[in-house]
Design a protein. Sequence first.
Length: 262
Amino acid sequence: MTNQIPLPEHPKLKDPTVKTVAFEMTFVSKQSAEQVVSEIQRALSAEYPKMAQRWGHKVEASFDPEDPSTPQFTASIATPPPNEPQFKFYSDQHQREVQVGEAFLQFLLAGEYPGWSAFLVYLKKILSLHHQAAETIGYTSFKLIYVNRIDWFPGAEEKILEAWTLPVPPPLSDSVQVDSRQQRIVIQFPDGDQEITITAPGVDDEEPSRPVIQLDIDHHIDFDKPERALPDNLLAWLEIAHERIHQTFRCALRPDFLEAIS
């Protein structure tokens, strides 16, 4: 990556701050999720030896008019919606997982962050494999998510939120303040305007004592006209999205914010 803004020197930022990186996409394809899963399982079984299948559960209740206090429950199992994951491949050791649905794909990397180049190596392999197995016709949306962990001292939340003024790094321009904890910035991509959503410091649900900052870039395409399925186009978009996220996060680490977390 070029033209990176250097990370400010600060004792609170000596350790890597990235907690989770994820890429999601929805698409139109010729093959079903079940057919794609068999191909992915065969190719990735060494790296992702565990598999789980997700089912949607529906519970209905009916009441006897003569005894409405005693409902009768019935349950059914249904396939999840196409834009939700149905199958998950994962590895505890490497903390990586691949989720596949009828029209959904996600690659998630948690734990120790190996860097953007290593993340792309994993993702390129998965995208290429999925593209061939699914016979993808076109893409309808992409999303790149970064969750950054920032440690601060107990009781500092109010001070930190006051210091967290969401930045607009050049060449980004238009921004919309959604509320006190979130801002959306409109950015330029080769195929049109996209949005980057930045969330102010918040609490990690899994580790309440470890606050996080989440940065997302969403790219939604007209569902009637899906973008042609070329993995190289996706990778070019990812490079731009990563550069914007990197630039935005680095610009957020101003002296007043760094002082607030000390």
